[in-house]
Structure formats: structure tokens, C-alpha cells
Design a protein around this ligand. Structure first.
Ligand code: ZN
Length: 477
């Protein structure tokens, strides 16, 4: 007979406390109060990370501790047309059949349910468990800022269960590290008057670069450069890039791009025909993988303070010659990308061409190698590369004791085989694995769909399953 638990009670309480990223005071205080009321040792640091230490139950007091980890913040997404103030409003919970969601907004089950599972476990008094180090990190969704600021030196434990996974029945055992590269190419401009040729590229599949990069879709920001290079190859000169933009974030494969070329009147017709011919090559190249792709080329009279032809050519060559997309698949896991980079944003300033890439690899040495390559190629074209938001990967280790136990417990609970997975995205586990390379870490969580969107929903029966899994793990480990 399993004891009753309060997972959903605490989850609902969390939903009444505004906790979007960068607003971590109230939610972290709530967790600190929770621990203090129960006489537990608790610390909160400047980044609003909360660490609660729970002694092991009677006979298990002297076992090595296990870390249970979840993040405190949620992504504040609101549906179109909905008014909601994430800085003060409570989420409006809706339950329908097995699903709980929030009306018009994200639910924050990512990762409020991870926090609630930990709080419910702390509260139990009839589940045997080793000493627990509960780690609630702040601002995970905005670059893992909390985990990066966390003092790892006091978190020594041989095992860790991260509760930030959103797929019941699978366990994550590895992730990619990442780094943002911002490339700057100095440019020169001059007035070009005659025709303005506008190239609008739309309808690409896009997607999250941690999930879709290996599917081989097109990158909309690279296409104008491809068109320009075809034009240069066919002997056209004298035109200049007047506008170039596209992409929303470095971790999103851009779906659309916009480019305007300024061309002197006398070769305008030729240049436009060459652009059309180049667009035809692209249409043929992508007709299978990007069936909805549209390249629209239009022109009008006008003039612009455009890049010189030399600057235009150099910028287009940099974009084209920089590697992009999948670099290598994993050898441990056949469907998993190991190393990739994604051109996510590009634009022009008065004096510079700008490109932002996200580099990812589950092997840190490969990421470093890629950084060197990106920096050197940029330098070859007269530009500079700056790297930031660097975080380590969580290297895949197969068949660890914690994985084996998780698989056994899951099989016992559900009669199904737990799937072993890894992600090309980033997880906080990477920072723990970097601090403690021998720590045995898994990531699990109940079933959610459409996280980070206003359609986010959480399965109530799955919470029940994961709760039972978690307490079995505590008993058996
Ligand atoms: Zn999360």
C-alpha cells in the first residue's frame, strides 16, 4: 500500500506564485520556508538557487547522499490575444480528463512538477531513502544561469536524479554542451542607385537546433549568400547588399530571410535574371526536403547606401564557407547528433555584417575544435568571432548502476522497458557532470506536451507513475 502524497497540491501552490525566469525571489523563498518549517538545513544563494538537505531515514542515515534536482523558473509564453501578467498573476489551471494545463499560458510543469515531486518526497515520513540533497536551480530557461552560478563544491554525491525531462518512460543519460559564436565582419558601404532587387525567402521547416539539426532542412539565412555567390560565379559585379536579415534566436533554425541588393541601372536586368537562375538552383536542390519553401524576387527603382561589391562578396563567402548544420552523429546512439552548428541570426549594421551561431557537441573537445575552426574561417575573411554562453556537455555513459536500477524499477512499475535516450540540447546535468565526472546521473519526468508554449499540458496519471517510480528508486538505491 502506497502512502498518499501531495505532489499535485504543491504543484498547484507553485502555480499561484509568479515564477517566470528572472523573477526568482518569491519561488525560492517559498522553497526555503518549506524547508525551514520542517527543520531542514537549507541555503539560498545570490542567484536564488535553493539547496535543501534531508537526512536519510533511520537505518539509511549514513549512506552516500543522492541529489534530486529541478529548476525553479518557467518560460512565460502567452497565447495570442490573451492578457496575462506573468509578474503577478496566478496561472489559471484547467483540468480535463487526464490533462492539466493553464488557460492561455504556459503551465510551467517544466519544471514546477519537478520541484513539486521533491517537496512531496521531503514531506513523506514512511519512504526509506538515503540522505537527499535537493537542488532547485534558478533561471534554467535563460541560459542555465542558476546552475552556472551554483557552488558545486558542497554538492558531493555519487548519484543524481534530474527531474527536468518531459517524456514518461524514457530516461536521459547525456546531452550536448554549447557555445554561442557572434561573428563580426567589417564592411564598407557606398551609394548605389538604379534598381533594388528584393529577395524574400520563406516557408522553411525550421525547428529547434537541438532537435532538428540532423534532419537536413535548409537554413534560410544561408540562401541569399548562395544566390549572391551564383551571381558572382556567373561573372556579375557592381551590385551591393543593402539589407540582410532573418532568424529569431541562435537555437532556432531560421525559416525566413530577407535580402535587398542594390544594382546600377545598366546591369539591373542581367543581375535580376542571374538571381532568378540561382533561385531555380535552390528550388531544385530543396524541392524534397523543403516543399513549402518560397523564393520571391521582385525589383523596383531606387537607391541605397549598400555594401560595396567587395564587402558583399566577402560577407556572402563567409556565410557560405562557414560549416553549418550537422557535423557528426553519435557513435553510442545512432539517432543522436553529436556535433552541430546553426546559423540562427544575421543582420547588417552601418559598419559590420553580423552572424550568430550556436555550436553544440556532447563531446567538449569537439566543441572546442569547432570553435577554433569557426574563429579561423572568420579570421580568413577579415572578421572576428566572439564566443559566449559556453556550457559543458554531459558525456554518454552506458549501463551505469543508476540506469540499470531505473530500468528495473520502471519495468516493475509499468511492465514496460524504459527507453534510454540522450539529447542534442543542453541540460543542467552537463554542469554537474563537468564538476563531478564520476557522478552517475539520470534525468526523468512525467509526460508533458508542447512545453514552452501556451498549449503546454501535463498528464496527471503520468505524475502518479513518476512519483511511484521515484519512491521505488529511493527505496531500492
Ligand atoms: Zn525545463
Amino acid at each position: 500500500m502506497r502512502s498518499a502524497h501531495n505532489v499535485m497540491k504543491y504543484f498547484r501552490e507553485i502555480c499561484t506564485i509568479p515564477h517566470p525566469s528572472f523573477q526568482m525571489e518569491a519561488i525560492s523563498d517559498y522553497c526555503v520556508d518549506f524547508a525551514k518549517k520542517r527543520g531542514l538545513e537549507v541555503t539560498k544563494d545570490e542567484a536564488c538557487n535553493v539547496v535543501i538537505r534531508v537526512p536519510g531515514t533511520s537505518s539509511r542515515r549514513f549512506e552516500p547522499p543522492v541529489i534530486l534536482q529541478a529548476h525553479l523558473d518557467m518560460v512565460p509564453a502567452v497565447a495570442a490575444g490573451v492578457t496575462f501578467d506573468f509578474s503577478k498573476d496566478s496561472l489559471r489551471l484547467v483540468e480535463e480528463d487526464d490533462w492539466i494545463s493553464a488557460e492561455g499560458t504556459t503551465l510551467g510543469a517544466d519544471d514546477g512538477i519537478g520541484v513539486a515531486l521533491c517537496l512531496a518526497l521531503i514531506e513523506t515520513d514512511d519512504i526509506p531513502h538515503p540522505p537527499l540533497i535537493i537542488v532547485f536551480t534558478a533561471n534554467e530557461e535563460v541560459g542555465m544561469l542558476g546552475a552556472k552560478a551554483l557552488d558545486m563544491s558542497t554538492l558531493k554525491a555519487p548519484r543524481m536524479i534530474n527531474l527536468d525531462h518531459c517524456d514518461e518512460g524514457s530516461v536521459v543519460i547525456g546531452c550536448a554542451g554549447g557555445a554561442t559564436a557572434e561573428l563580426t565582419l567589417p564592411i564598407e558601404r557606398k551609394e548605389i542607385s538604379g534598381k533594388l532587387i528584393q529577395i524574400e525567402i520563406t516557408g522553411m521547416k525550421g525547428g529547434h537546433s537541438g532537435e532538428k539539426i540532423h534532419l537536413g532542412g535548409a537554413n534560410a539565412l544561408r540562401m541569399p549568400a548562395r544566390i549572391i555567390r551564383e551571381m558572382v560565379y556567373s561573372g556579375h559585379t557592381g551590385f551591393g547588399m543593402a539589407e540582410y536579415s532573418g532568424g529569431t534566436a541562435e537555437n532556432a533554425i531560421p525559416k525566413n530571410s530577407h535580402c535587398v541588393l542594390a544594382v546600377p541601372e545598366e546591369n539591373a536586368a542581367d543581375v535580376q535574371a542571374a538571381a532568378e537562375a540561382a533561385a531555380d538552383i535552390l528550388r531544385a536542390r530543396w524541392r524534397k526536403k523543403e516543399p513549402d519553401m518560397k523564393i520571391e524576387i521582385t525589383s523596383c527603382d531606387g537607391s541605397a547606401n549598400a555594401l560595396t561589391f567587395e564587402s558583399t562578396r566577402a560577407f556572402a563567402r563567409l556565410i557560405r564557407d562557414m560549416p553549418n548544420g550537422l557535423m557528426k552523429m553519435s557513435e553510442e546512439m545512432p539517432d543522436l547528433p553529436q556535433t552541430s552548428l546553426n546559423l540562427g541570426k544575421g543582420w547588417l549594421t552601418e559598419t559590420e555584417g553580423k552572424l550568430v551561431y550556436l555550436l553544440r557537441s556532447s563531446v567538449d573537445a569537439e566543441k572546442e575544435r569547432l570553435k577554433t575552426e569557426v574563429a579561423n574561417i572568420t579570421k580568413d575573411y577579415g572578421g572576428t568571432a566572439e564566443f559566449s554562453a559556453d556550457y559543458p556537455g554531459w558525456p554518454i555513459k552506458l549501463d551505469t548502476p543508476l540506469q540499470t536500477l531505473a530500468g528495473m524499477v520502471w519495468k516493475w512499475e509499468t511492465d514496460e522497458t524504459m527507453e534510454i535516450t540522450a539529447t542534442h540540447g543542453g541540460l543542467e546535468c552537463g554542469l554537474f557532470a563537468a564538476a563531478y565526472p564520476d557522478m552517475d546521473i539520470i534525468s526523468v519526468g512525467p509526460q508533458m506536451f508542447d512545453i514552452h508554449t501556451s498549449d503546454e499540458r501535463l498528464s496527471l496519471s503520468s505524475v502518479e507513475l513518476v512519483w511511484n517510480f521515484l519512491i521505488q528508486m529511493m527505496e531500492q538505491m
